[in-house]
Design a protein around this ligand. Structure first.
Ligand SMILES: [Fe+2]
Length: 250
């Protein structure tokens, strides 16, 4: 799959100007990683930690997207593709359907380590991309994009957005008797991760019906999240959701 096949996303594609990153920006990356990695080694899902190694993320240097994609593509076909910023929904879904993850290249500064109004390269690469090395997760994400790209009904898209939110962004997983994090919003935020670890957030067993009925909260710590038993569970939930879309019963 090449970028020439993208239509809606084409205006947002760009190059990552890696040599333009300053020493200070590499230091911000190192600080961000250093703040969360010790807790992730305890609380992140095995699949995330494996993916971190597979894609070759470094702790003290910003990632070169082409290098990450070169490691990722042979495994799952995913590519971390640089974009200029936040994408409109049709462009976003088109890229997911093409196994291209829209990846921002800007980085927050030292004064706002914990919060960014829009995703930056730390959220996108450190938070999201390691999971793309997991085959089942990778297939889920492509299928999600393909289904959403075919939908125009905003109410249906909002409901499917909840499935994305409670898995890709804020997903939890059971590993034995423990609850582990794999969602990017938890992985890339010390505060959100601590909120879960300290038990301030209710953890429900994943249920497609409950997820679709739980509105997303974007401006406060999460009060309820959902734990899957395996990535097969979310993969199958996406197929169930697709059936409901086709039957107008979502
Ligand atoms: Fe995200």
């Amino acid at each position: 799959m090449t970028t020439e096949t993208l239509v809606a996303a084409a205006p947002y594609l760009m190059e990552q100007n890696f040599s333009a990153y300053t020493d200070e920006q590499h230091a911000v990356w190192a600080e961000l990683v250093g703040r969360v990695l010790p807790e992730l080694e305890k609380y992140a899902a095995r699949a995330y930690l494996d993916g971190f190694q597979i894609i070759g993320l470094q702790k003290d240097r910003l990632p070169r997207l082409a290098s990450i994609s070169a490691r990722l593509e042979p495994r799952t076909g995913w590519n971390s593709t640089p974009v200029s910023g936040f994408l409109p929904a049709p462009a976003f879904f088109e890229m997911l359907a093409a196994r291209r993850f829209p990846t921002t290249t800007w980085l927050r500064n030292m004064e706002s380590l914990e919060y960014t109004p829009e995703p930056d390269i730390f959220h996108d690469v450190f938070g999201h991309v390691p999971m793309h090395a997991n085959k089942v997760f990778a297939d889920f994400l492509q299928h999600y994009g393909r289904v959403c790209a075919s939908i125009e009904d905003q109410a249906v898209l909002e409901k499917l957005g909840r499935l994305f939110w409670y898995t890709v962004e804020f997903g939890l997983m059971r590993e034995g008797s423990e609850i582990k994090v794999y969602g990017s919003g938890l992985i890339s935020s010390h505060g959100e991760c601590q909120n879960v670890v300290e038990g301030k957030c209710a953890v429900h067993d994943f249920s497609l019906d409950e997820v679709l009925d739980t509105p997303v909260k974007v401006d406060e710590f999460q009060k309820v999240l959902f734990a899957i038993e395996s990535f097969d569970q979310m993969y199958e939930a996406m197929h169930e959701a697709e059936q409901r879309v086709l039957q107008n019963s979502l």
